[in-house]
Design a protein around this ligand. Structure first.
Ligand SMILES: [Zn+2]
Length: 410
């Protein structure tokens, strides 16, 4: 047998071994039920996926669909979402302009016939549990505790300087959480009390911050005087420096709270604002809070080596390939190899799909299994992995690490 044929043979054997393994996701944004009660079409699925980030968004017209297929069909987001759609709705042909309408009708019927289709499908095609970041209503499980466990996104608290301070993506923490005014210390107490109470009820598996979309992840040490000076001022009167000082102050309190509750703190690194999200900008925070376990999301893509370096040096820096599998499948293969090489504990590496609906999440799950299969079969072939370690390592990557880090199971 040539080496290429034997590698292919090994890949297939590993893929068959991994096929029945359930998958744990450390991060999702699945829409609430109401979204799925609106008629579903193939156009709507694409419009609510990362595929739309390419700016080729099908809108029901032939022209927009042809443009999507022409320009985007080799992009990682598209190829895996297409596979998710194929797997769920039972067809093998690629999506093309002539089967679009028929396929869209099949999808519409599946959603119309079963109001629970959107979440039951996740179970049916391989997910055992998904952590939900419902940023529109932090800490929510969409009413489906059977499949979703909430994390609590703290971003909005970082904007609550005033009763009229609306955080990006919608609401003011004062009115949402019933804060009627007081000191900065009162505000922090309210945040802590709210999250502690939800944690006691088993509703907070982790804290989360995705403010990298709006600011640098270079969170600075406390400047309590500046934070107190900012607090209570109308947003129109705040300088950028005061906003930053307030955000830093709240972020640091969240770091302490994660350590107190012994839950991981998931942090968006990479992409978002490209100029502010390099993982190395987060190093001083990791060093300043050694008792807080920071999960570095998205492998810091495109700076995957920086996350590997941080994981190598800091036991409280945990590398997560969330979203990476579908941003760039090739980069995710390189990242997983590197994280296995350098992580002080293999039990720290996790993954999630980071999606809004089942078709894209199932495609991402197929991507993640493809990546784990590729990396482990390469290691079997080149002698870095013993055959007896294949299954335990695959289980850790696919579900056991997530279960133990977030649910204290296994
Ligand atoms: Zn996300």
């Amino acid at each position: 047998m040539s080496s290429t044929i034997s590698q292919r043979h090994e890949w297939n054997a590993v893929a068959r071994t991994l096929e029945p393994f359930p998958v744990f996701s450390d991060h999702e944004h699945h829409h609430p039920d109401a979204f799925f009660r609106e008629p579903m079409t193939l156009d709507r699925l694409f419009a609510n996926s990362y595929v739309a980030w390419t700016r080729y968004v099908p809108d029901g017209t032939r022209k927009s669909r042809e443009a999507l297929i022409e320009h985007v069909r080799f992009n990682s987001y598209y190829t895996w979402m297409e596979q998710g759609i194929q797997r769920i709705h039972g067809f093998t042909d690629p999506i093309h302009i002539d089967n679009w309408e028929a396929l869209s009708a099949t999808i519409g019927r599946a959603y119309a016939d079963d109001p629970d289709f959107h979440w039951k499908t996740l179970h049916q095609f391989g997910y055992e549990r998904l952590l939900l970041d419902a940023f529109w209503n932090p800490g929510d499980d969409n009413g489906h505790p059977e499949i979703f466990t909430p994390v609590f996104r703290i971003d909005k608290f970082m904007y609550g300087v005033h009763a009229e301070a609306i955080a990006p993506n919608e609401f003011c923490t004062w009115s949402r959480y019933g804060f009627n005014g007081g000191t900065l210390a009162d505000y922090v107490d309210l945040m802590r009390a709210f999250i502690r109470k939800r944690h006691q009820a088993g509703q907070v598996a982790a804290l989360k911050c995705a403010d990298a979309y709006f600011r640098s992840i270079s969170f600075q040490p406390d400047d309590p005087e500046a934070a107190r000076a900012a607090f209570g001022r109308h947003p129109s009167e705040l300088t950028p420096e005061q906003r930053m000082a307030f955000g830093n102050y709240i972020f640091n309190r969240a770091c302490e709270l994660a350590a107190e509750l012994d839950i991981p703190f998931q942090v968006h690194t990479g992409l978002a604002l490209l100029s502010g999200s390099e993982p190395m900008k987060f190093e001083p925070t990791i060093a300043r809070h050694p008792k807080t376990r920071f999960v570095l999301f998205h492998s810091g893509y495109p700076w995957i080596h920086q996350v590997a370096g941080l994981a190598h040096n800091y036991p409280n820096a945990l590398p997560s390939l969330t979203w990476t599998a579908t941003i760039s499948t090739s980069a995710a293969v390189r990242a997983l190899h590197e994280f296995i090489d350098v992580a002080p504990s293999i039990r720290t590496i996790t993954w999630g799909s980071d999606c809004f609906h089942a078709e894209e999440s199932i495609g991402a799950l197929l991507a993640w299994k493809w990546i784990v299969t590729t990396v482990l079969s390469e290691r079997l072939c080149d002698g870095r992995l013993h055959a007896r370690d294949l299954e335990p390592l695959a289980r850790n990557l696919l579900h056991a690490n997530g279960r133990s880090l977030y649910l204290h199971q296994g």
